[in-house]
Every structure is written in C-alpha cells, then in structure tokens.
Ligand binder design. Structure first.
Ligand code: AMP
Length: 121
C-alpha cells in the first residue's frame, strides 16, 4: 500500500486546494463532500498519510486511532447528528477496489440530517 501524495485529499491537507471546512484538530480534518449524497454529507480524514482503513489499523499510532474515532464524534456532534444531540447518522468507509474507494486517502463519510436508507444497494 503505497501512498500517493498527489491524491485530492493530500492536496486539501496541504491547502493547495480549498475545502468547505467543518472541523480541524491535530489528528483530523473534516469538510463537506463536494457531491453530497444526503442532506448532510461530511468527510472526516486523518492528517496522517494512510491509504485506507486497513493501512490505518496496521500502521497508525494509538493516538492517531483514538484521534480519528473521537474526531468522528466531534464532527457529528457539531453537525447536530450524533446520537447524543441528534437523531443519528451513518459512518462509512469505502476500502479499495471492491469497496468502491475513489480517493486513496482514508476517509469516513458521515451521512445524516434525514433517514439514510438501505445499507447496501
Ligand atoms: P470514496 O468513493 O469513498 O473514495 O469517496 C470519495 C468522495 O470524495 C466522494 O464522495 C467525492 O464526492 C468526494 N470528493 C472528491 N473530491 C472532493 C473535494 N475536492 N472536496 C470534497 N469532497 C470531494
């Protein structure tokens, strides 16, 4: 799994291209998906260079792993969709070819603001 420094999310992290930012801390950056599939569609990405969830699980530090998971909840809360302040949401990570991953930098999609619907088409 070699990381492509030219993927679009790497460029967003380097601020070479803009994003519609929701939240940022030492471990994560979150921004709105450019092509929303639900009323609320956010992305949460780790700041480290990880191709996908498997790469992250195998190679990330414990602090990075906690940072990403906490980041998902912080963003969901900020958007008013976490189960403690809102009505819930779906967190989804596409992984590699059969998972339908298009951008080779790990990202979680957060879908919410309405019923998300069927899990798999
Ligand atoms: P995936 O298929 O899981 O790799 O999802 C990639 C997602 O990135 C898609 O939902 C795209 O709409 C989204 N996307 C691609 N380019 C951008 C961008 N510049 N800013 C925000 N979202 C993007």
């Amino acid at each position: 799994m070699s990381y492509d420094d030219n993927n679009i999310f790497a460029k967003i992290l380097r601020q070479e291209i803009p994003c519609n930012k929701i939240y940022e801390d030492d471990f994560v950056l979150s921004f709105y998906d450019i092509n929303p599939q639900k009323k609320i569609h956010a992305l949460v990405i780790p700041k480290g260079k990880y191709v996908n969830l498997d790469d992250f699980i195998l190679n990330a530090t414990p602090d990075e792993i906690v940072g990403l998971l906490k980041g998902i909840n912080i963003v969901a809360k900020k958007l008013g969709i976490s189960s403690d302040v809102g009505k819930g949401y779906r967190a989804l990570a596409n992984i590699s070819d059969h998972g339908g991953q298009e951008v080779p930098h790990l990202h979680f999609h957060l879908f919410g603001g309405e019923r998300v619907g069927k899990m798999v088409e």
